[in-house]
Design a protein around this ligand. Structure first.
Ligand SMILES: Cc1cc2nc3c(=O)[nH]c(=O)nc-3n(C[C@H](O)[C@H](O)[C@H](O)COP(=O)(O)OP(=O)(O)OC[C@H]3O[C@@H](n4cnc5c(N)ncnc54)[C@H](O)[C@@H]3O)c2cc1C
Length: 354
């Protein structure tokens, strides 16, 4: 049965832990374990670490496609964010926010301080991934999609899409979004598998647009506006990547985040069609006589598992058979939830808490 870890690693250095997923939660868990001498092997199917905090590099601009900014509420996360600020991979952003409605654009102030990765959102997860190099017993393997887990008398073995085997491991942490975690768990741990079913995910389209000159701001709006909250059936948030710290030299580029209901209804659209509709939705927020600069590039990325349909109540789940789950979905839906989930699971596996 799934339960919090209540056994300790008798000798941390002798333990081998596999972590599937090098998003923020998997990396946070890896750091917590590696700092105590545990042998950690991270796997990610993508070309780089970051998951839903990843950024897209285009010839002229770097675009954040997942999280655009994040808030800090927990004191432990606050101290980690201060560390990242000192390391230069995090800065405050935005400070000039607006909201678009039928009556035009108004300043938007919700009292929250927000941060983003500098010079791109993925700088945070890159910093954490690079930091693992300080531990001789920690490693990250990219472009490796884990497709199966096998229990052997010596421990857990992992198999990838090319039929390579890894292991054995004493513990396996899965930090992938619940539907992807479930695919790996199915035969081994029904309770964890049920927990994944209990956390359905919403999809989200993010479009990007690069234009060849600054957008003329609507009357009364600061030329350096940074983000725009939108009440439109398709579009919910616009952020200007080139206003983010470290990207001042880049051309005007927008990330256009879709509404979740619209995304779910259009999840099978082509990226071209989704991008066009989100760009047209953005244009409706501008005065009709706005002279738009020509588009250099328009595209869209589909997040099939962008965020949980509802907030979770446990930070992580652990089974006595040595399998564990972490990720933002187990606490909430934010960057902070992802870091806390991974960090707390690492701490629990070390037997320092619960
Ligand atoms: C469009 C969008 C906007 C967002 N906006 C905000 C925001 O404004 N503020 C905020 O706080 N949060 C925001 N978030 C949420 C935030 O990005 C997430 O909470 C956080 O990044 C989740 O981290 P994670 O480690 O839990 O999961 P992920 O980042 O999803 O990491 C899971 C990793 O597992 C890997 N993986 C999956 N399956 C396998 C497999 N079989 N083998 C190997 N690797 C695998 C994936 O490649 C991925 O790297 C947003 C997310 C999206 C998508």
């Amino acid at each position: 049965m799934a339960e919090p870890a209540n056994e300790t690693f008798s000798s941390a250095a002798a333990q081998r832990v596999a972590i599937i997923g090098a998003g923020l939660s998997g990396l946070a868990c890896a750091h917590r374990l590696a700092q105590q001498g545990v042998n950690v092997q991270l796997f990610d199917k993508a070309r780089g670490p970051g998951g839903r905090m990843s950024s897209k590099q285009r010839p002229s601009a770097t675009l954040d496609l997942g999280a655009q900014a994040f808030t800090v509420r927990d004191a432990r996360f606050a101290s980690k964010v201060a560390e990242w600020q000192a390391a230069g991979c995090v800065a405050m952003w935005p400070v000039h926010s607006y909201q678009a409605s039928a009556s035009g654009w108004q300043t938007h102030e919700d009292g929250q301080v927000r941060y983003c990765g500098a010079p791109r959102m993925s700088a945070i997860t890159r910093h954490l991934a690079d930091g693992l190099n300080a531990f001789p017993h920690a490693a990250l393997l990219l472009e490796t999609t884990i497709t199966a887990l096998e229990s052997t008398p010596q421990g857990w073995q992992l198999r990838d899409a090319n039929d390579h085997q890894y292991g054995t491991f004493d513990r396996v942490v899965i930090s992938a979004p619940p539907p992807q975690a479930k695919a790996l768990l199915a035969d081994w741990e029904p309770m964890l598998s049920d927990a994944c079913d209990a956390r359905p995910q919403r999809g989200c389209w993010t479009a990007w647009a690069i234009v060849d000159a600054p957008l003329p701001p609507p009357p009364g709006v600061d030329a350096d506006w940074q983000s725009l909250h939108v009440q439109h059936p398709a579009l919910r948030l616009v952020s200007r990547n080139h206003t983010k710290p470290g990207r001042e030299h880049q051309p005007e580029s927008l990330s256009l985040l879709a509404q979740l209901d619209w995304s779910d209804a259009h999840i099978e659209e082509t990226p071209e069609a989704a991008a066009q509709q989100l760009w047209e939705a953005f244009i409706t927020t501008l005065p009709p006589d706005t002279a738009l600069p020509p588009l250099v590039e328009l595209g869209a990325h589909r997040w099939r598992y962008a965020q949980p349909a509802s907030a979770g109540s446990q930070s992580f789940l652990y089974s006595k058979c040595g399998l564990a789950l972490c990720g933002d979905s187990f606490r909430g839906s934010r960057v902070e939830d992802a870091w806390l989930s991974g960090d707390e699971l690492g701490e629990a596996l070390l037997g320092r808490s619960v």
